[in-house]
Write a protein of this length. Structure first.
Length: 202
């Protein structure tokens, strides 16, 4: 799964770079408020002091963005990216909520790079511990996002957006929500490599 995601990310990244330099696209008009949604696939990993070493796992990705156009090359947005998958037979949700800045390499181009900081979250809605008691786990801490993408204009105010993102989160303690929020993991960190295709409205 990890190799497949990395290969897909490299393929999409190469395509974005090639398409951005090939032929003229429709004019890229960026102004005022903007937003977007996307779906895709991601490869995730998490580690902590009490965790066993596990391979990376694949899962579905959903993203939502809403922001404002600072200039025709600089956009800021609240960026939410969430992954849901299974690790060791347990459903896991990882998410980042960040304030991100997108920089378009040229005024008339759709190719952009992105960076942001915010919060990273971890959740196991139904976790069965060694005592066979079902409980929910959750934790949150600082997180970052780095990405690259390309807008392919399909209308006056709409684009298809392909993107590759990397998020990293320092979750720290993970708590047992059903037992006085007692921490059962410490120094947890997580990372996610995602590829998405979505629609952006400018």
């Amino acid at each position: 799964m990890h190799n497949s995601c990395c290969s897909a990310a490299l393929t999409i990244l190469t395509t974005l770079l090639c398409v951005s330099t090939a032929g003229a696209q429709r004019p890229h008009l960026r102004e005022a408020f903007w937003g977007g949604v996307g779906l895709g696939y991601g490869s995730a990993d998490a580690s902590c002091e009490q965790c066993f070493s596990l391979p990376r796992d694949g899962g579905g990705i959903a993203s939502v963005k809403l922001g404002y156009t600072v200039s025709d090359r600089v956009l800021i947005a609240g960026d939410v990216l969430a992954w849901i998958g299974s690790r060791a037979g347990t459903t896991v949700v990882m998410a980042n909520i960040t304030l991100a800045t997108s920089l378009y390499l040229e005024r008339a181009s759709g190719l952009f790079v992105k960076a942001g900081v915010g919060s990273s979250m971890y959740r196991e809605p139904e976790h069965v511990g060694t005592d066979q008691v079902e409980r929910g786990l959750s934790g949150a801490g600082p997180g970052i996002i780095l990405g690259v993408g390309n807008d392919f204009r399909v209308g006056n105010n709409a684009s298809l957006t392909a993107a590759v993102d990397f998020i990293y989160g320092w979750v720290g303690a993970v708590y047992d929500r059903s037992h006085s929020y007692a921490p059962i993991r410490t120094r947890q960190a997580q990372n996610l490599l995602s590829v998405t295709l979505g629609v952006t409205f400018h």
